[in-house]
Design a protein around this ligand. Structure first.
Ligand SMILES: Nc1nc2c(c(=O)[nH]1)N[C@H]1C(S)=C(S)[C@@H](COP(=O)(O)O)O[C@H]1N2
Ligand SMILES: [Mo]
Length: 356
């Protein structure tokens, strides 16, 4: 199987490799096994010798540094974070139903996966180098060159300095206790919990302290919420993700027997918010019942949920919506959040079933 993934991955493109697991596979586990974890690549996976890898730290720092992965491991304390990555293109398929977004893959809800990441804190590495007062953003760059960018360029992006120095942001070499697989960024990636997946740059080669956000195409042009019909740099760059959920089981379009129906799904709140409540409706959103929430793992991880419904024969639409701890709630319809890039669809989850 390509890149060590399961045979039933939904492959959006094979070169570069982009794939998400089917809904029911995600439903099975709080931690997504590496062979099911979604993959989002904008260019070829770098082929360099991992032991020759270097991390360059430069820009507005007192002392620029060059680190090996072993050097980072021996100099700084090791930390772990249980964190969900979610691509901003997750659930784009729902936006396509409103109006087609040309040239972008129709991702389902599976561009969301959770792992336990091991690494050093970016905060510790930055403190050691001495961050200049004028620095406000931390830019990341990797060696993979993407033809999707205009002009073609390396993949990169940035996060605000105040996020970069937060304890949850790691330079990671392992996921779920195993060395990072090549396709997930070996030997080193940054993990930015609570932010769109694009900021968790894989094969991380350069960290640059700047006054302004990264000028990389993937920060400055792509991964933005643009107004309809506006120019490429209009709108705003995505950062923290918005509260979201989806149904993972049963699958959209499934046939289920009448009687008790167990519905399962995930919910995820952005940045440092949590998911205190998930609602499910079978009457178009007139009335809602509260789902039972799974284990609480803190703000950086999704929260699994389930609801037991009594269902009679006929067509049935199951809706779900999550709330976050700032009382943010998912909007009803993808038409409310449609945007030209097809990002951040967090409209109510909706699966259409046939009972009987
Ligand atoms: N170097 C590099 N880093 C990258 C990307 C990429 O194409 N190149 N894709 C980003 C995007 S858009 C997402 S959603 C996540 C996906 O991480 P995964 O492939 O490990 O699931 O990686 C991010 N980091
Ligand atoms: Mo992404």
């Amino acid at each position: 199987m390509a890149w060590g993934k399961r045979g039933d991955m939904i492959v959006h493109s094979s070169d570069p490799y982009n794939a998400e697991p089917p809904r029911r596979v995600l439903a099975g586990a709080e931690l997504t096994p590496a062979d099911a974890f979604y993959v989002r690549n904008h260019g070829p996976v770098p082929r360099g010798d991992p032991s020759a890898h270097r991390l360059h730290l430069d820009g507005l720092v007192a002392g620029p540094r060059v680190w090996t992965v072993d050097g980072l491991r021996s100099r700084f304390g090791e930390h772990q974070v249980l964190a969900t990555l979610q691509c901003a293109g997750n659930r784009r398929a729902g936006l396509n139903e409103v109006r087609e977004i040309p040239g972008q893959a129709a991702w389902g809800p599976g561009a969301t996966s959770t792992a336990r990441w091991t690494g050093v804190r970016l905060a510790d590495v930055l403190a050691e180098a001495g961050v200049h007062d004028s620095a406000a953003h931390v830019a990341f760059e990797a060696p993979d060159v993407s033809d999707a960018a205009d002009p073609p360029q390396r993949f990169g992006g940035s996060i605000p300095l105040r996020k970069a120095v937060a304890a949850e942001v790691l330079l990671a070499w392992a996921m779920n206790g195993e060395r990072l697989p090549a396709v997930h960024g070996a030997p080193l990636r940054v993990v930015v919990p609570g932010y769109i997946g694009a900021r968790s740059v894989k094969w991380l080669e350069r960290v640059t302290l700047r006054r302004t956000p990264s000028a990389n195409w993937f920060q400055d042009v792509a991964y933005r919420i643009q107004p309809d019909g506006a120019g490429p740099r209009a709108g705003f760059a995505l950062g923290p993700i918005s509260v979201n959920s989806d149904v993972l089981d049963p699958d959209d379009g499934a046939r289920v027997p009448p009687g008790r129906l167990r519905v399962r799904g995930y919910a995820l709140a952005g940045d440092d918010r949590e998911v205190p409540r998930v609602d499910v409706s079978t009457d178009g959103g007139h009335s809602w019942v509260q789902a039972e929430l799974g284990a609480r793992h803190g703000p950086w991880s999704w929260r699994m949920w389930r609801a037991d419904l009594e269902v009679g024969p006929g067509p049935l639409t199951v809706l779900a919506r999550a709330w976050d701890s700032a009382a943010g709630v998912q909007p009803e319809s993808p038409a409310q959040v449609w945007n030209p890039g097809g990002y951040a669809n967090n409209a109510w989850a909706r699966v259409r079933l046939r009972v009987g």
